[in-house]
Design a binder for this molecule. Structure first.
Ligand SMILES: [Zn+2]
Length: 459
């Protein structure tokens, strides 16, 4: 068995290196050559592939291992494009696929070529270990590699949804968006993203008398806007827990390394209102936790003025407001207007996000991921997770697909923070863990539970 997995591991590293060496910096993306590589690898193992070209040099790869059709398909999704690099800040070639000190370095090693590799390997292993040995899959397993995730998705998921919606038929999907975090003492927790916030833009506009700057006027729009923004700085939306965040904090309250925060997590989910408030107050001091407790409001842009000697008639600011599932942006805006309480200041929703339903955290897919993780790492804690960032899973959820965000590579926070940063890297051992996690999860949901001892063979 060990020998088989070691062959699988060398194959995995070789594919990740190859994927990193395709420069798919978006813009412009240029994902087509990478897509052709994926198609070639999949076809070599007898897996049916469709290569789609949404625009020049852009691509989508849809590969499918057929099942009996008793159950609806399961989909493995990853994107092929990466964000830009600042080459001089890297200690190695960001497109070299360098393996050094137990890490694979390169742009995309974490986001999202590592997962793309794990998905690719899961397909190959399913074909070799399950299908080719005569076993049946109860559902199709669909591999989807997209373009343009990092730059809006017009040539990626958005295009697929409008032009090829039929290819997006699945009961479950696994995508990026979650995490496996290594916390103090080597303990790990797996956060499976089942929901995400919805992002909106709100413009705050202050109006006043315009005129020559030589004659100072009361009601100056810039000063009015300043006062409104100062008021906003003191405002916070109320704490709102939902099923996902309640479970998230309850489970983490058993393993969280910092005592005060661990206690606060327990208090937050207790039935006692006073304890709840006390817990929320402590956790709110940590920005990443505060952001999942309530609708978030960040001021992001200022617009105003035409010349240094002219008092403008208006000045405005842009707020990025991220709402929790089930919360209406219109209600948030109403509360903000009430809080600012200035007739010369108006708020308008300039871009409204579309909410997506929440994926079920007790579905067979969620259970398959959780039980696979526990087989690979028995003490691991598994929690459903609400992400504050938006992912392509929202598109899938709106199509009725239960999507789960899993970044399957155990990482410490410091490594995770290299995502989109310099010297992005994935620990080799985590790459292998993640590959087995994806493979095992899909196998469980497509075939049923099988012991891990049935090792697949590498190439
Ligand atoms: Zn990504």
């Amino acid at each position: 068995m060990a020998a088989d997995w070691s062959a699988v591991e060398s194959e995995t590293i070789a594919h990740l290196q190859a994927l990193i060496r395709f420069d798919t910096t978006n813009p412009p993306g240029n994902e087509l050559p990478l897509a052709e590589y994926l198609a070639k690898v999949l076809e070599a193992d007898g897996i049916a592939v469709r290569l789609l070209v949404p625009a020049q040099n852009r691509a989508a790869v849809v590969a499918r291992i057929k099942g009996t059709g008793n159950k609806r398909p399961v989909m493995l999704l990853a994107h092929m494009d990466v964000v830009a690099v600042e080459r001089d800040k890297w200690s190695c070639d960001p497109f070299g696929g360098v393996v050094r000190d137990g890490y694979v370095y390169g742009r995309g090693a974490i986001d999202d070529k590592g997962m793309l590799t794990a998905n690719l390997m899961a397909m190959l292993l399913l074909k070799r270990a399950v299908v080719d040995s005569g076993e049946e899959l109860e559902r199709d397993v669909v591999f989807l590699a997209t373009s343009d995730e990092e730059s809006g998705g017009a040539h990626g998921m958005k295009w697929l949804v409008t032009e090829h919606g039929d290819l997006l038929d699945a009961e479950f999907a696994i995508n990026e968006g979650g995490r496996i975090r290594i916390i103090e003492g080597g303990q790990r927790y797996l956060a499976i993203q089942t929901a995400e916030k919805t992002s909106h833009m709100v413009t705050v506009t202050a109006r006043g008398p315009a005129g020559h700057a030589a004659i100072p006027l009361t009601g100056n729009a810039i000063l009015t806007l300043g006062r409104a923004l100062a008021r906003l700085g003191e405002y916070r939306e109320p704490v709102t827990l939902n099923e996902t965040t309640t479970r998230f904090f309850r489970e983490l309250s058993r393993v969280w390394p910092v005592e005060e925060e661990r206690m606060a997590m327990g208090a937050l989910v207790s039935p006692d209102a006073e304890q709840k408030a006390r817990g929320a107050e402590i956790l709110s001091r940590i920005p990443v936790l505060d952001a999942v407790l309530r609708n978030g409001i960040s001021a992001t842009k200022l617009v105003g003025g035409v010349a240094g000697n002219v008092i403008p008639a208006e000045a405005s600011a842009v707020l990025n407001v991220r709402t929790l599932p089930g919360q209406r942006i219109e209600d948030v805006v109403e509360r903000l207007e009430h809080w600012i309480a200035d007739p010369n200041v108006t708020l308008a929703i300039s871009a409204k996000g579309e909410e997506a339903p929440v994926s079920d955290s007790s579905s067979p897919m969620f259970e398959a991921i959780a039980s696979s993780a526990k087989t690979l790492d028995p003490p691991i804690t598994v929690v459903p997770y609400l992400s504050t960032g938006v992912t392509d899973s929202a598109h899938l959820r709106r199509l009725g697909i239960q999507a789960y965000g899993v970044l399957p590579f155990p990482m410490e926070q410091s490594d995770e923070e290299r995502m989109h940063g310099h010297d992005e890297r994935v620990p080799v051992s985590s790459l292998h863990f993640g590959t087995r996690l994806i493979y095992e999860s899909v196998r469980r949901v497509a075939v049923g539970a099988i012991a891990l001892s049935a090792a697949p063979s590498g190439r």
